[in-house]
Ligand binder design. Sequence first.
Ligand code: GTP
Ligand code: SPV
Ligand code: MN
Length: 584
Amino acid sequence: MEIQHEGLKAWIAEAAGITKPDRIYLCDGSAEEDARLKKEAIATGVFHTLDEQKWPGCLYHRSHPKDVARTEGRTFICTKTKRDAGPMNNWMDPAEAKAMVMPLFDGCMKGRTMYVMPYVMGPIGSPYSRVGVEVTDSLYVVISMRIMTRMGKAALEMLGTDKPFVKGFHSLGDLEPENKYILHFPEEDAIWSIGSGYGGNALLGKKCHSLRIASFQAKNEGWMAEHMLILGMEAPDGEVTYMAAAFPSACGKTNLAMLESPLKEQGYRVWTVGDDIAWLNVGPDGRLWAMNPENGFFGVAPGTSANTNPNALNTVTKNSLFTNVLQGKNGEVWWEGMDVPPPSDGTDWLGNPWTPGNGVNGAHPNSRFTAPVSQCPTLSPKWQDPQGVPISAIIFGGRRARLAPLVYQSYDWNHGVYVGATMASEQTAAAEGKVGVVRRDPMAMLPFCGYHICDYLAHWIDMGQKISHPPKVFHVNWFRKDANGKFLWPGFGENIRVLAWIAERTKNAGKAVETPIGYIPTKDGLMLEGVNVSDGALEQLLAIDPADWKQELAEHKEFLAKFGEDLPKGIMEQYEKLVSRLEK
Ligand code: GTP
Ligand code: SPV
Ligand code: MN
C-alpha cells in the first residue's frame, strides 16, 4: 500500500517534522494489522485483556482520570474572523491558535510511532461519503478508529491522487487538563487536537470531522451534518418510516436507535441505521435522505441493560472495547445499571480495588463501549445504502423534568426549526459542567456546530425551501417527572408507542389536538395497551402548563436576544407566533 497523493505525502511530512516521531506507520485497516496492534497495546498496558470465553475479542481501557469526557471549554473554532465562529463557540485566531499549541506538538512523538490513518466517513461508494486522515501517537485511538470508521486501504483508494481530505492532527501530549486543546480550522479542513485521548476529543472522525468541520462544509454545499440518530420504524403493514432524532449527549439517541419493541407481535419494530450522527442530503425526489457516516457505536455504558437496551448489550458481546467501566477480577466488565449482579471483586475506572457496596461507582458515568455497527441485531438492511434512507420525521428532544410534553408535532418546517433552535436539556456527564443544569442546546448542536449558530439556523430555514417534501418535525421528552421526582414515562422500549404516533402523523393520520405549542396526541391517540401508565400520569405527560410555558417563553426571548441582528428573521417570526398562540 503506497500513498499516491502528493498533498497527503506533504502533510504527513509536515506533521512528522513537527512531532518528530521515531517511526511513521501507515494503517491499512486489515484484520491482521488490528490483531498485531492490539497485541502491542496489551503489551504496553494501553489495553487489558478480558475473559476470551465471555467477551471474545474484547478489550478494556482505562483513560487518564482527568480525561473522561469531551472538554467543551478547551474546544475552539478557529475561523479568520471571530464573528464566523459565533457566540456559542470558543474562538481563536487560526495563526495564534497554531502558534500557541506548536510548543506542545513540537517533538511530542519523540521515541514513539506516528500512526497515519486514512478513513472514510460514510459507506464506501456513497456519493455523500468523505475522507479524512488522522495522525496520532495513541494506539487506543487507532484501534478505536478502526471500529468507528472505514479505516485504511479503502480510504486511500477513495483519496486517489488528488481528492480533498480532512486533516486530523492528534497527539496525547501530556494529558494535563491545562495542556489540552481541540482546535478546528473549518476554512482549512483541519483539526488539531492535543492533550486528550478520549472519545470525541481524540477520535477525530467523529465530532470534530463529522459534525464541526462537516457542518461548515454542509452549509457551504447545501446539505446538513447533524447530531442525530437514524432509525426505521416498521408498522404492521410492513411499511418502514425513517426518522432522524437530535437529542443532546447522553439523552437517549443510542437507546432509541436500537429500541427493542414490546409490540413486535403486533408488527411494530425498529431498524437501526445510526446512533449519533446523520449526514442529510436532498434527493432528486425532493425528500431529505439520511446517511450514517460512522461504522461503530461509541455508547454510554451505565444504564445499559437487558431491560433498557438488550440490542446494545448484544452488540457489545464481541470485538468491542470498554473504556472506564468496572473491570471484574475474572476478566468481566460491569457498570452501574447493567442489572446483573456485580463481580465480587474488581478494579474501578480509576484503577482502585473495588467491591460491591464500597460506596463508589465502579464505572465512570461517561464510561463507554466501542462496537462495530455491523454487530447490531436490529441493524437495518439499508444502513449502508449509498443514498441513505428517506426521512419522514425529524425529532428533537432532551431531558426536561418539567414543561415539555411526552411528544408534540410542530405546525410546519419553520416552526420545527424554532422548536429545535430553542430546545433545552439538563446537562449530563458526557461533557464537563454541572450535571442537571438546564441549558439551551439548539438542535443538540451547541457543542458541535462548526460556525456561527445564526448562520446555522438560517441554513435550516433555507433547507426548508430546498426540500420540496420536507419531513414533519416533532419534539419528545422521555424524562418528565412527577411531583416526587419519578419519571412519568417508562421510556426505552415503550418509546415505540410514541414513534408509532409520529409515523402515523407523517401520513396525516394519528389522533391529535391542536395546542399553542403544536399538535399533541389525544389520550386515545397513543397505543397504550399493555403499558403501565396511569390515567393521571398520562394527563401530566401531555399537560401544557400555561404558567410554565410563560416562563419558558421569557427564557426563549432572553436566549434569542443574545444573537441580536444575526438572528434569522424566520426564528423571530416563530417566536411571535408562539407568543400570540399562547396569549389566546
Ligand atoms: P451520546 O452517545 O452521548 O450522544 O448519548 P445518547 O444520546 O446516545 O444517549 P444514550 O442512548 O446512551 O442514553 C444515555 C442515558 O440515558 C443512559 O443512561 C440511558 O439509560 C438513559 N436513557 C435512554 N433512553 C431513556 C429513556 O427512554 N428513559 C429514561 N428514563 N432514560 C433513558
Ligand atoms: C457525545 O458526547 O455526544 C458522544 C460521545 O457521542 S463523544 O464521542 O465523546 O463526543
Ligand atoms: Mn453524541
